[in-house]
Design a protein around this ligand. Structure first.
Ligand code: ATP
Ligand code: MG
Length: 413
């Protein structure tokens, strides 16, 4: 993409009311626009990061046989009344609205109920199970506090997956597999080494559930770490019983308490929703049974925010390659003819290049490049050409080197 075509510009300052670092950086660099507290638009650069994250998740989920779909945000009350979750006293973060005829609708904050309902049309026999379905879909939550930038949106994109299994045993096999899948996803995104499987209370569904918590000062949770076992416990749920149940030796934990952000979670739902909504199947003996379920969430913009919080310096964002909006930031310093050829050659080889073809001062171009945070900066200038090529610098390094153009094309291909 040519930078001259982009409508966004970098900004020296973030909005005064924006207190979170992730949103400050993302707004200044032109990735997101703040509509109001907890409500963000994703601009062209931000959308590319979102798509990178989505694709990593999508690849890992497709690999284990999950299938993608998309459900509606608008929800009718009948479905949710059956599970008791329509009531504002039970679920306090609903956004609700009305049809012209007065019928009340809700904007979905999650999708267990509607998907269980959909599955009633397709699941009837033990031969139909197991099945795994997921979506990337906008959730609406009337969050009380929204001070963590894109980490806590009132409208946000979630990947939510649901499994429909024969029984507890079949569910648990999948549940264990998902723990590994989630760690693979977070590792590919670049936050694996600071993301911990975290035990927490199961809420209304089961005795326990698991979260994936990424250590960052921007997080709203506090976890107690067992670095050796690479697990942690949510401080608010910390108890001797929980330690015992999971075989963790209290003295061996280092307890260290650290701030963390929940990037994903995995729930055993059991028969709660299938029973309430009537999702059953006939087993081999013709006996009617409730489908056994689980649900698995990941907040996509929250991941983007966590990555921003972790990978930055005083100059701006430093994107891990796997989720960077582009791989190369090609900068022309009054050498557009030469740069244009490199741009065409690199993009022709499938390399994602952001090409600064603007008529701007070198200092401005470099400052923008550092703020935007693309992993490789390639500068084409009179000076670099005199030295025999282009100047290549990694965003997180100080030193740069001159690389011949042919070599550059070979290295990035
Ligand atoms: P939290 O405890 O942070 O409020 P939650 O446990 O209520 O989150 P879930 O319903 O479990 O959230 O949602 C699944 C995932 O969606 C979470 O693990 C998190 O990554 C993400 N998520 C939840 N709420 C938000 C939000 N308001 N903005 C962005 N991402 C969110
Ligand atoms: Mg959760």
């Amino acid at each position: 993409m040519k930078q001259s075509k982009l409508f966004t510009k970098t900004q020296k300052f973030a909005p005064k009311d924006e207190v979170s670092k992730n949103a400050q950086l993302l707004i200044r660099a032109g990735f997101v626009h703040k509509e109001m507290a907890g409500v963000y638009s994703f601009l062209p650069l931000g959308l590319r990061v979102i798509e990178k994250i989505k694709n990593i998740i999508r690849e890992e989920l497709n690999a284990i046989g999950a299938v993608e779909m998309e459900m509606t945000a608008l929800q009718k009350s009948e479905t949710w009344e059956k599970t008791g979750r329509w009531d504002d006293k039970i679920v306090d973060d609903w956004f609700k609205t009305n049809l012209k005829n007065g019928t009340e609708l809700g904007l979905a904050f999650t999708h267990e109920e509607p998907l269980t309902n959909i599955m009633k049309s397709y699941i009837s026999s033990h031969k139909d199970l197991p099945k795994y379905a997921y979506q990337f879909q906008t959730k609406f939550r009337n969050e009380l506090r929204a001070k963590s930038g894109v980490l806590r949106g009132r409208e946000f994109l979630m990947k939510d997956l649901y499994n429909f299994s024969l029984n507890k045993k079949q569910h648990e096999e999948f549940y264990e597999k998902m723990k590994e899948v989630y760690m693979r996803i977070f590792t590919r995104i670049g936050i694996g080494d600071r993301t911990f499987l975290t035990m927490s209370s199961g809420g209304s569904f089961s005795k326990y559930s698991f979260e994936f918590q990424t250590v960052t000062d921007a997080g709203e949770d506090i976890i107690v770490l067992d670095k050796e076992k690479r697990v942690s416990i949510n401080k608010s749920d910390f108890s001797e019983e929980l330690l015992k149940d999971f075989g963790i030796d209290k003295d061996k934990m280092n307890f260290k308490e650290v701030k963390a952000a929940e990037v994903g979670d995995i729930y055993t739902l059991g028969e709660k929703y299938s029973k309430a909504l009537g999702l059953t199947y006939k087993d081999e003996n013709g006996e009617e049974k409730n489908v056994y379920m689980g649900s698995y969430g990941i907040g996509v913009p929250r991941i983007m925010g966590v990555v921003t919080e972790i990978f930055n310096d005083e100059k701006g964002i430093i994107w891990p390659e796997s989720v960077a909006p582009f791989r190369v930031h090609l900068i022309s310093l009054n050498k557009n003819e030469e740069a244009e050829k490199i741009y065409n050659d690199l993009t022709g080889k499938g390399v994602e290049v952001f090409y600064d073809d603007r008529n701007a001062r070198p200092g401005e171009k470099f400052a923008d490049s550092d703020l935007i945070g693309i992993p490789y900066r390639v500068v084409v200038s009179e000076k670099s050409l005199e030295k025999g090529g282009v100047e290549v610098k990694k965003r997180d390094r100080e030193e740069s080197k001159i690389v011949k153009v042919e070599e550059l094309l070979k290295n990035f291909a």
